[in-house]
Design a binder for this molecule. Structure first.
Ligand code: PPS
Length: 298
């Protein structure tokens, strides 16, 4: 393990860890994460930040609850699907502790790049759902998230943030490496790799894929209920999914709501033509030969 104190200081609370910028909170908690004991029936929901984690978490929780909204409304999403590597400083609530106290089958959220996943998850052959979202909309969503999350450094002006994001100098590092790493791992591990844009375009089709992957048998009525309950507007109004249960000292939703827009293509309202050209040229270089195709609009 690298020592946070010796690491290259990138941002106020971010340090280089295994060459990836990570929040100090996570790095300081690393021994717990590394030694985490997965169970074979754990289901991991993995994403680069802002790719649709909360959306997929609510979908899977609803599937596990057979479409019973009452059950899925009993606790905020971060209690039903703990954020494994994180600790809420004020409440001193560690994702690992939450998980250790949870009955099986557990749902686990992580943003870790593939090479940092605790090895017991591979050994136990845990099923993993990876959600990927196009790099430009993630950049915009992440920019606003930095404004609302008090634990993160202020993003500064959009131009500055975008440059850092392109260079992979944001928490969890390079978007390109993240999506490519997980895509490759799919060849040797049970990973359902889904795209946010496909979920937006046709939630019915994509939720069916999840149900099949989880080997569940749900009726059409239940599926309809899940689609309706996990729709953006429903989740924005739902206090168990909109993060309003988090104190504004930690998440200032006046600066930017957690459930912000929930659309594909908002990047067009933020990227200048020049920024778009630079982004595209860099993107083509980094994604060449990956076999991954993203849609920047639908
Ligand atoms: S986090 O903090 O990394 O866990 O955030 P994450 O949940 O991955 O991503 C947040 C973005 O997902 C949007 N969102 C949704 N879009 C469509 N439908 C539903 N149901 C939904 N739920 C969350 C959320 O609005 C964030 O995207 P932006 O573009 O900022 O609106």
């Amino acid at each position: 393990m690298e020592n946070a104190e010796n690491s290259f200081k990138l941002q106020e609370d971010t340090v280089l860890f295994h060459n990836i910028p990570m929040s100090k909170i996570i790095v300081n908690n690393w021994e717990q994460v590394e030694s985490f004991q997965a169970r074979p029936d754990d289901l991991i929901i993995s994403t680069y930040p802002k790719a649709g984690t909360t959306w997929m978490s609510e979908i899977v929780d609803m599937i596990y609850n057979n479409g019973d909204v009452t059950k899925s409304s009993q606790a905020p999403i971060y209690c039903r699907v703990p954020y494994m590597e994180f600790i809420m400083p004020e409440e001193n609530m560690s994702g690992i502790q939450q998980l250790n106290n949870m009955a099986s089958p557990r749902l686990i959220k992580t943003h870790l790049p593939v090479q940092l996943l605790p090895k017991s998850m591979w050994e136990n052959k845990c099923k993993i759902i990876y959600v990927a979202r196009n790099a430009k909309d993630v950049a915009v969503s992440y920019f606003y998230f930095h404004q609302s999350v008090k634990l993160m450094p202020h993003p500064g002006p959009w131009e500055e943030f975008l440059q850092k994001y392109i260079a992979g100098e944001v928490s969890y590092g390079s978007w390109h490496d993240h999506v490519k790493g997980w895509w490759k791992k799919k060849q040797e591990h049970p990973i359902l790799y889904l795209f946010y844009e496909d979920m937006k375009e046709n939630p019915d089709r994509e939720i069916r894929k999840v149900i099949q992957f989880l080997e569940k048998d749900l009726g059409e009525e239940v599926l309809e209920k899940i689609i309706h309950h996990t729709d953006f507007q429903a989740m924005k109004e739902n206090p168990m999914t909109n993060y309003k249960t988090i104190t504004p000292d930690l998440l200032d939703q006046k600066a930017s709501p957690f459930m912000r827009k929930g659309i594909t293509g908002d990047w067009k309202n933020h990227f200048t033509m020049a920024q778009n050209e630079v982004f595209d040229a860099d993107y083509a270089r980094k994604m060449e030969g990956s076999g991954l195709q993203f849609r920047m609009e639908i």
